[in-house]
Design a protein around this ligand. Structure first.
Ligand code: NAX
Length: 329
């Protein structure tokens, strides 16, 4: 055991935390030779529940687990961390509009962004708590000590959901489906780009001839999957969200195989696909395996795709307008 990684998770006592923490500790993500220290961050009223989760993680007997610390403030919880997973946020209450939720959650991410100044030099911050793109934008704008490209928001669950739908429709295993870019916001406006995706190396549109389904039900199923799961399960997606977060960390940690890409929301460089600079926008991404990444350039976008991307871009611009007072740094 020579390596060591320190990972902070906010909202550690929540549903996603309960599925995520065990996998982080197990060696699955950082490898069998890396010791993992976990920093569980929760609200004061959920500290006891976080302690219960920590007891269970210890009881798994993972060789790779070094220690678990529990904090009720990010100022201490982010000290020296290599990964900060910002999962905790307030759920949307009855009758609450999306803009109200954005305003309610914004202040959480200003203080967490500032606290990241205490993190390790190589820290990477992943925002899962919704509305995750705009929360990531707030955290990034409140942390001048960490380069902007270390912040991302998770759209991997949307990619995985879309790949599963395409695989089922084509009658193949999900591993056959590659390069499904999610564009834009993790919300009902996201655009799952089937036109650039492949099934066993062939264009999706060559394998699935049902264009009305691709342009209709496929897109809306992916966009509304979260609501469908709440309707069926009575609770929001948790294990699949945690699994996507694991995929997200792995994707950014290893070199992306030649010819492939994955989806994540990152700060727009202003030169890609007409998306304004700084907007936390989901793009197709390739990681270099050394902490850096590129937005994949040169994908062809049809007029249909461009019109969908315009809608999600406009939504993110209006969300940015709602939180503009929180972006001062
Ligand atoms: P839970 O309500 O089960 O857990 C949230 C936890 O966060 C609670 O334990 C709460 O005490 C804690 N918390 C709240 N404010 C906090 C703060 N300021 N500091 C530390 N902890 C805090 O929600 P869960 O199902 O775990 O979902 C967590 C977030 O993920 C939600 O915002 C949810 O909307 C979002 N999701 C994002 C997804 C994505 O793809 N980006 C998909 C799944 C999920 O919907």
């Amino acid at each position: 055991m020579s390596k060591h990684v320190k990972v902070a998770v906010t909202g550690a006592a929540g549903q996603i935390g309960y599925s995520l923490l065990f996998r982080l500790a197990s060696g699955e993500v950082f490898g069998p030779d890396t010791k993992v220290s976990l920093c569980l961050i929760e609200l004061p009223q959920a500290i006891t529940a976080a302690e219960g989760t920590a007891m269970e993680i210890h009881d798994c007997g993972f060789d790779t687990l070094e220690n678990i610390d529990i904090f009720d403030t990010p100022a201490k919880g982010f000290e020296g961390v290599n990964w900060a997973l910002l999962v905790g946020s307030k759920p949307r209450g009855p009758g609450m509009e999306r803009a109200d939720l954005i305003k309610e959650n914004g202040p959480i991410f200003t203080s967490q962004g500032r606290a990241l100044a205490k993190a390790a030099e190589d820290v990477r911050c992943v925002v899962v708590g919704n509305p995750c793109n705009t929360n990531a934008l707030i955290a990034q704008n409140n942390c001048s000590d960490v380069p902007a490209d270390r912040f991302s928001a998770m759209t991997m669950l949307d990619e995985n959901r879309g790949r599963a739908q395409l695989a089922q429709k084509a009658g193949v295993g999900v591993g056959s489906v590659s390069n499904l870019a999610i564009w834009g916001n993790h919300s009902a406006t996201m655009y799952p780009d089937f036109e650039n995706a492949t099934i066993d190396g062939k264009s999706v549109t060559d394998v699935i001839s049902d264009k009305p389904w691709l342009e209709g039900d496929f897109i809306t199923t992916v966009q509304k999957r979260g609501a469908a799961i709440i309707a069926a399960r009575g609770k929001s997606s948790a294990a699949s969200a945690a699994s996507a977060c694991i995929d997200h960390i792995k994707n950014f940690s290893k070199k992306t195989p030649e010819g492939q890409f994955f989806s994540a929301a990152v700060p727009s460089d202003g030169d890609s696909y007409g998306i304004p600079s700084g907007l936390m926008f989901s793009f197709p991404i390739r990681s270099n395996g050394n902490g850096g990444y590129d937005i994949v350039q040169g994908l062809e976008l049809s007029d249909f795709a461009k019109s969908k991307i315009e809608v999600t871009k406009d939504e993110l611009l209006s969300e940015r307008e709602v939180v503009k007072d929180l972006l001062g740094g």
